[in-house]
Ligand binder design. Structure first.
Ligand code: UD1
Ligand code: CA
Length: 455
């Protein structure tokens, strides 16, 4: 049985926030969410999250996941935190393992955890790191043969021990039964008056149990977040890592340092992404897609060869092959842009299909509309889809031509090949193939003079 305990009871005072620390995001996802995702890839039999500060908020945020919460109140150290999880651990045989993770060390990668579990064998395994400046960390004390003896916390360490640069990251894997036994034997007689989880290392050595170690593949995997500054630093580290992965896959990023992904981005071949774009949720960019500068793209599928020009905002939309969107366009949920279609500046679409080769190039609102192929939507066209209570559909058939500054008062239908004159307020269906317009007749007043100012 594999148990995973995630410590998340700490207050995070230095965040200066009402939000519990582990709910603060990295790349748009709560730190605890990152840790849980790494944990889940190990297919654990049980995941226990130890909560304390802001427990109700943390539990509410992860209520849907298959988790057990253990309350630690008050917080008396990492050993005390793990004790609160003990009643929930699953045990079947001597192979039972418990892995301890921290909710505020969000970027630990599954591969490094897998390596730690491998290293454990039948004993205890510590994830350690060698740092140029080990200040503040627990030090790994080894004997003359290099065997791990114990961990000493910085505050309890002698000068000689403080010179040790190999540190405890806090992440460890232990045999479940032995962990239970050791935690029954630790006390809080130390500089901080806390129950140290790290004291189990000395107890393992006393019991003749081997203590193995492994190191994470990347240094940033074990960085913790205690302040907004550290959160910001980890955010940039993670964004750089995501950018690197995309570059490795053959995506061109105009500047990897000006790229933000808060979700998942799947790219085809020869995709180009300009500076300052933000991708959210699940986004798919097909082969040859070009994204202009400063676009925001969320939960969208962009077809092969399509272009999003500068400052385009896309959310919950599908864009067809070789379509051109923007600059300054807004595609809202349910927008479905056909192949070769154009959506230009200051055009907003919502729950609207724009057919193949159709164009809405300037200043329009198209909501709850079905627009056919090769339709031209003139500048200033608006679907009046809402009466304050209900939403109504507008249907525009293939090859229609909608003159500029037209209001389509839904529900209304424009027939195939119909033309609407500029300025029309369409309240009844427009028949196919004919010109329809609503417009007071133009007149000129002869002899009219503009009022003049007295000199
Ligand atoms: C701990 C380790 C130290 C290691 C360091 C790495 C111990 C005694 N020390 O230091 O060897 O180098 O991590 O960062 O284990 N937590 C609780 N309940 C508590 C105390 C802590 O849930 O009562 C959680 C915190 O929210 C945090 C994690 O445990 O996620 C670590 O706590 P923190 O106080 O940052 O670590 P230290 O004990 O200083
Ligand atoms: Ca008008």
């Amino acid at each position: 049985m594999l148990n995973i305990i995630i410590l998340a009871a700490g207050q995070g005072k230095r965040m200066q926030s009402d939000l519990p620390k582990v709910l603060h995001p990295i790349a748009g996802r709560a730190m605890l969410g990152h840790v849980l995702a790494a944990a889940q890839t190990l297919s654990p039999d049980r995941v226990v999250v130890v909560v304390g500060h802001g427990a109700a908020q943390v539990q509410a945020a992860f209520a849907d996941e298959n988790l057990v919460f253990a309350l630690q109140q008050p917080q008396q150290g990492t050993g005390h935190a793990v004790m609160q999880a003990l009643p929930h651990l699953l045990e079947a045989d001597a192979d039972d393992t418990t892995l301890v993770l921290y909710g505020d060390v969000p970027l630990v990668q599954a591969s490094s955890l897998q390596a730690l579990l491998q290293a454990r064998g039948t004993g205890l395994a510590l994830l350690t790191e060698t740092l140029a400046d080990p200040t503040g960390y627990g030090r790994i004390v080894r004997d003359a043969q290099g065997r791990v003896q114990r961990i000493v916390e910085h505050k309890d360490a002698t000068e000689t021990e403080r010179a040790i640069r190999e540190v405890n990251t806090g992440i460890l894997a232990a045999p479940t039964a032995a962990l239970r036994r050791w935690l029954g034997q630790i006390d809080n007689h130390n500089a901080q008056g806390e129950y140290y989880l790290t004291d189990i290392v000395g107890l393992a050595v006393r019991d003749g149990m081997p203590v193995a170690h492994s190191q994470p593949a990347a240094h940033w995997e074990t960085l913790g977040v205690n302040s907004r500054m550290q959160q910001a630093q980890l955010e940039r580290i993670w964004q750089a890592e995501q950018a690197r992965r995309l570059l490795d896959q053959g995506v061109t990023l105009a500047d990897p340092a000006r790229f933000d992904l808060r979700g998942t981005l799947t790219c085809g071949r020869d995709v180009f992404i300009d500076v300052g774009c933000v991708f959210l949720g699940a986004v798919q960019l097909a082969d040859g897609v070009r994204i202009g500068p400063h676009c925001v793209v969320q939960d969208a599928r962009i077809g092969p060869g399509a272009v999003l020009d500068a400052y385009t905002h896309v959310d919950g939309a599908v864009v067809g092959e070789s379509a051109r969107i923007g600059p300054y366009a807004r595609l809202r949920p349910g927008a479905d842009i056909g192949p070769d279609a154009h959506v230009g500046n200051f055009v907003e679409l919502k729950k609207t299909r724009l057919g193949r080769g159709s164009k809405a190039n300037h200043l329009a609102y198209l909501g709850d509309a079905q627009i056919g192929d090769r339709v031209n939507i003139g500048a200033g066209t608006i679907t009046c889809n809402y009466d304050g209570v209900h939403k109504f559909q507008t249907i525009i058939e293939d090859d229609a031509f909608i003159g500029s500054d037209t209001q389509l008062v839904a529900p209304v239908r424009v027939g195939q090949g119909a033309t609407l004159g500029a300025g029309t307020t369409l309240t009844h269906d427009a028949p196919a193939g004919q010109l329809t317009l609503s417009r007071p007749e133009q007149k000129t007043i002869p002899g009219w003079a503009r009022p003049a100012r007295k000199a």
